[in-house]
Design a protein around this ligand. Structure first.
Ligand code: FUL
Length: 480
């Protein structure tokens, strides 16, 4: 097959890369919440110094049940808690340091925030994840090989004492410790430990399962591939490898032109990896709570935009909801989150394509066009590989007004769609409604209202025979 063009060859190879079961389960979650909470909540800082007295930590009314219920009602599926941020203060009573809740006045030193949150998540039917900062400005061991053992001991506590962990969030930050030394992190060792103790947990965004989107504004790229090219074994990186991979993908953030996973970038890549992207963003300016930001909770329009540009761009959204000094999600944040849910529900409750008559230019046996519209996530339409530009045509039965499109690929079999056009039949011709590039787990497009009875989707370019397990049309009200 030497006559195959190199770009075509790599396109087929990339289209055949599939997620691990843990990545697949994680991508299905779509919308998770981050909880930045700790000594910074009480000092009004973003990065603690590591010298904060433990007495400072004293939430007056901590109620993890309120966190979990608020998230559940908003359609959030997992909650990730900063068990230890850069200041080194532990929200659980660690056996390996006194710099923890145990030395604080909160619950007379007998409290464990990690346990309360893990239990509240379980009670609400949410997954629970932990953020553990390798950068530790408090530990006297930081900057020595012993620190890696200390870090792994803490990780072991978190991974063995609190039940199932859905995600381990390793912050890549590597600053100086109390001795002005930097740490050479044992990434391969940390990763191996998580694999052994919590084999279903994804590790991100400095980890092999989940890639950082590259900015903290909540915005993914228009084109977001889950398959990228890499020089390194993401499972067993050296410190230098890891910095390189992590740093390179930081540089390829949305502010920069380069596109992770673009075909040209894959041709010479030693390996192809499924490395899906996560968008982390705070509901207010800071990651930690500051009373001065109570009136600066992002407006609804911004959150709706973030949702479309993260969940609707093949990313998992990790929205930070920083608890206040009471230990509660502030009223303003909770109200805004509820508004976001109402707005999304108002748009997505009625799929206007449901029940339409649908035909495809080709379909594999057992993968008929109708499966694209079927709400079951397990069945899908798949075009024939010989069909150069597969099409799906719908007859909605009557003229229908819509302004939103939802597409979903069956990513368990790979990510393939590279560009598509949605058209509507109008005045005896097909007119373009919108066009886009990647789809992946989910793509949501917004456009001006169109009224049509017949619509068609043309898949213009793909990396092998494309699939669709979801196709929806919606009508959003203004601002939705
Ligand atoms: C960064 C940290 O330095 C910030 O404080 C915050 O935790 C953010 C999510 O990650 O690397």
């Amino acid at each position: 097959m030497s006559d195959i063009h190199p770009l075509e060859r790599v396109a087929r190879a990339a289209g055949a890369v599939t997620p691990s079961p843990r990545q697949l389960a994680w991508q299905e979650l779509e919308f998770n919440a981050f909880f930045h909470f700790g000594v910074n909540t009480f000092t009004d800082r973003e990065w603690g110094l590591g010298t904060e007295p433990e007495e400072l930590f004293d939430p007056t009314a901590l109620d993890a049940g309120q966190w979990a219920r608020t998230c559940k009602a908003a359609g959030i599926r997992m909650l990730i808690l900063t068990a230890k941020h850069h200041d080194g203060f532990c929200l659980w009573p660690s056996r390996y340091t006194k710099h923890s809740v145990e030395s604080s006045p909160w619950r007379e030193g007998r409290g464990d925030v990690v346990r309360e949150v893990a239990d509240a998540c379980r009670a609400a039917g949410l997954k629970f994840g932990v953020y553990l900062s390798p950068w530790d400005r408090n530990s006297p061991l930081y900057g020595t090989p012993e620190y890696n053992a200390y870090f792994k001991d803490q990780l072991t506590e978190l991974l063995t004492q609190y039940g199932e962990i859905g995600e381990v969030w390793f912050d890549g930050a590597c600053g100086e410790g109390p001795n002005s030394k930097r740490q050479v992190y044992d990434w391969a060792g940390y990763i191996a430990l998580v694999r052994r103790l919590q084999p279903n947990a994804v590790i991100g965004p400095s980890g092999p399962d989940v890639r950082w989107v590259g900015n903290e504004e909540g915005l993914a790229r228009d084109t977001e591939w889950s398959v990228i090219g890499t020089e390194h074994d993401l499972e067993q990186p050296t410190f230098a490898d890891w910095n390189d991979a992590f740093y390179n993908q930081m540089l390829s953030g949305t502010r920069h032109a380069s596109q992770p996973g673009a075909l040209e970038s894959l041709v010479d890549a030693p390996r192809l990896a499924w490395w899906p992207s996560e968008v982390d963003v705070s509901i207010r300016p800071g990651w930690f709570y500051h009373a001065s930001e109570d009136l600066r909770v992002h407006p609804l329009e911004r959150l709706v935009d973030i949702y479309y540009r993260s969940v609707g761009r093949n990313n998992v959204l990790l929205l930070n909801l920083p608890p206040d000094r009471r230990g509660l999600i502030h009223e303003h944040d909770a109200a805004r989150l509820a508004e976001l849910r109402r707005t999304l529900d108002a748009t997505f409750h009625a799929d206007l394509a449901r029940g339409a008559a649908v035909a495809a230019s080709s379909a594999l046996p057992g993968r008929p066009a109708a499966h694209a519209l079927d709400p079951s996530p397990a069945i899908y339409w798949q075009a024939d590989a010989r069909d150069a530009q597969p099409e799906l045509e719908l007859d909605l039965g009557r003229p229908v007004a819509f302004n939103r499109l939802r597409l979903e690929e069956m990513i368990a079999t790979g990510q393939r769609i590279a560009s598509y056009v949605l058209e509507a039949w109008h005045d005896a011709a097909w007119k373009e409604v919108c066009r886009g590039t990647t789809v992946g787990h989910k793509r949501l497009d917004r456009f001006g209202e169109v009224t049509a009875q017949r619509v068609r989707l043309r898949i213009v370019e793909s990396r092998g025979a494309p699939t669709l397990r979801g196709f929806g049309l919606y009508r959003a009200a203004l601002g939705g």
